[in-house]
Design a protein around this ligand. Sequence first.
Ligand SMILES: [Zn+2]
Length: 411
Amino acid sequence: MHIDSERLNRGLAELARIGARPDGGVQRLAFTQEDLAGREYVAGRLRGIGLEPQVDAIGNLFAIRPGIERESGRTGVVLLGSHTDTVGNAGRYDGSLGVLSALEVLEVLQEGGIQTRHPVGLVSFVNEEGVRFMPDMMGSLYLRGDLDLDEVRSITGTDGVPIGGELDRLRMAGTDSLGDHPIRAFLEVHIEQGPELERQGAAVGAVTGVQGLNWMEVSLDGRANHAGTTPMQDRKDCGLLAAEIIREVRALTGEISGLRGTVGRVSLKPNLINVIPGRATLTVDLRHPHQPTLESSSREIRGRVVRIAREHGIEIQVRDTASAPAVDFDPEVVTAITDSMAALGLGDRRLVSGAGHDAQIMASAHPSGMIFVRSRDGVSHNPAEYSSPEDCAAGAAVLLGAALRLAELVD
Ligand SMILES: [Zn+2]
C-alpha cells in the first residue's frame, strides 16, 4: 500500500491555482470566495473517490470513511487534516499539505478497498490563520466547544464584516456536525516552517509538542529631562533601562535550554533627540516547550527586571498580556508516527513546534499528533515557501502508516 506522490503533488499545484497571485503567491483568506473555492476543490476530490463531503455550521469541511466495527469500542474516527485558508500572499504548502495528505490517505484506502476497524476521516478546519477574523484556529476551537455558533457568527473582521454575513453570502455553512462523531485520534501533516529538519538532513519529523508562550508588557516610569543640562548620575533614563531589559531577556535564553525570548516592541516617551526618555513600554515574548520551565522563566525575568529598575530608581510595572500553555502530544499517537517513520526508513527525528496549529487545540480534547515536513530555508507565510515533492510524499506516507496503526488495519 503506497501513496501516489505524483497525485499528491499535482493536487498541491491545483489547489495553489485557487487564489493564485501574479507574483507566485497564494491568497485564500478565511470566509472569502477563494477560501470557499479551495474547500470546493477538496470536496470535489472527496466526491470523486466516493466519499460524501460534509460541512458544519461554521464551514469546517469533513468526510468520514466508515470502519468495519460499528458497535464495538472501535467507532472513534481517526481524523486527519489541517486547513486550506492562508495568510495574505502565502505559499502553497502551509495547511494545504495536511489536507491533501489526508485526502491522499483516503484515496489509497478507497482504491485498495482497504478495511480498517476504526473509521478514518478528513477535516479541513476553517480560519486557522486568523488574518481577517480572530481568533486563529477558529475551526478547531469551535469543534472543541470553546466557541458557540452565535459567537462565531457575530465576530467581525478587520473590514467590519461579520462572519455570519460571509457564511450566508457564500453559502459556506452546512448542517452536519463533526462533533457528533467520537474521535479516536487527530493527526496533522504540516510543513515545519522552521530550519531544524533541513539542518538535520531529515525529510520528516515527529512533533512531540507545541511550545507554550507568555507575553508580558513592561511599563517604566522615570524622569524626562534636558539632554544637555542633566548630569549623567542624576538621570532616570527609561531608554537605558529598556536596553538593559532587552539584554537580560537575551541572557536568560542563554541560561535556560530551549527558552526563546524576544523584546519585539519598545516605545519611548517623549521619543525626542534631546530629551532623556521619561517613560518606556516594552513587550517580552517568552516561549518554551515545557510548561513549568516556561512559568519559572517568566517569574525569573520578572524578578530580574524589577531588581534592575530599582537600581535605576525607576518605577516599573509588569503585566501579563497573553499566554498559551505548552502542549505535549499523545504518546500513543507520537509512537504511531515514529513507528511509521521507522518502517519507511525515514529516521527518528523528533521536534517541538514553534508555531501554533489546529493539532494543539485538538490535543486537549483528543489524542493528537503532528508530522512535520522539511521546509526549505525555514521560510513560510511567503510565496517562497517550499517543500520538495519527495518530502511532501514522505509526510503523506508517514501519515498513511500512522493512520493505519491507529485505525487498525484488517488483514
Ligand atoms: Zn498552517
